[in-house]
Design a protein around this ligand. Structure first.
Ligand SMILES: O=C(O)CCC(=O)C(=O)O
Length: 300
């Protein structure tokens, strides 16, 4: 079903990307934590400061083994279902037919809809983003053993801004591990502090870029010189832990993950929360918005 939405005109572009001949690094001009900390906040002061400074926060054993078991059973069921069945919101691994990602699980699936509205999560999101929130995007990334391919370095905000029309850096991702994430099964790596810099990328976005980029990104990819600068100045962290752990990361933190050549799958659910005060406008690329299952425009 196609849903028509009124598309609001984009305000001035504070984070231009894919428009210049040369890459550049711009300073962030948005807050990171949008609320003032108090003893009622759902994070400790140390956790909140860590997130503000590093652009991420790792919460070990955030969910109980019993909760994880239910979600993992549903994840396996979906993986089996889509191994055979095609659907537009299911993305395959580059070079194989393995399921790489299933998008919009918060929308299509009652179990993951429940997870996305979990009060323990929404309290933190509302604190960090300083308002009510909604799900901008959700997906399961499967990273199967042996065949799960990498996700190259990127800032999510770069794509959400250029291709979806997200005006400000007022969104964050929550990666929930439903299998243990180890150093050897392709866990997420982040450059702590890189959320303060915006890497403006080169290359015009082709129409319907998402069809290719969800398998392997080729535009909105930071150049090697900028990545080297960020890595040398900020370093690279690899937060790993048991199933049930949660990684929160700011929309502009530089992150990526390597291929999984271990026998152990690494399946995580990614939920992206955006502030209701930061709703999508016309994509800054000037192109058609990506489909609703990748970037929610109609969400309440
Ligand atoms: O699943 C991963 O390792 C990376 C996912 C990611 O970078 C993303 O969804 O933006």
């Amino acid at each position: 079903m196609t849903v028509e939405h009124t598309i609001t005109q984009a305000p001035a572009d504070r984070y231009p990307s894919r428009v210049a001949q040369e890459p550049s690094i711009l300073r962030r001009s948005d807050p990171i934590v949008y609320s003032k900390w108090s003893t009622d906040s759902p994070l400790t002061q140390e956790q909140s400061s860590f997130y503000e400074r590093n652009g991420y926060l790792f919460l070990e054993n955030f969910f109980s083994p019993a909760e994880v078991e239910d979600w993992k059973a549903e994840l396996k069921r979906l993986q089996k279902q889509y191994r055979e069945g095609e659907a537009e919101h299911v993305i395959r691994e580059p070079g194989s037919d393995e399921v790489r990602s299933i998008f919009a699980v918060h929308d299509h699936n009652p179990v993951f809809r429940g997870l996305s509205a979990h009060p323990k999560l929404t309290a933190i999101m509302e604190y960090l983003l300083g308002s009510k929130t909604y799900i901008h995007q959700s997906r399961i990334n499967f990273k199967p053993g042996f065949t799960g391919k990498e996700f190259y370095w990127h800032s999510d905000f770069e794509t959400w801004h250029v291709e979806d029309g997200m005006p400000a850096m007022r969104a964050l991702s929550c990666s929930i591990a439903l299998e243990d994430n180890n150093p050897y099964n392709g866990p997420l790596m982040v450059m702590p502090g890189s959320h303060n810099k915006f890497v403006s990328c080169v290359g015009r976005t082709p129409e319907n870029h998402f069809k290719q980029s969800l398998r392997k990104q080729e535009y909105g990819v930071p150049d090697q010189e900028s990545l080297t600068f960020l890595a040398q100045n900020y370093g690279i962290d690899m937060p790993v832990g048991k199933a049930g752990s949660v990684l929160l990361f700011d929309c502009n933190v530089m992150h990526g993950s390597a291929s999984n050549i271990s026998p152990y799958p690494r399946s995580n659910v990614f939920l992206v929360y955006n502030s209701v005060e930061n709703r999508l406008v016309r994509p800054y690329s000037g192109q058609q918005p990506r489909p609703e299952y990748i970037a929610a425009r109609g969400a309440q």
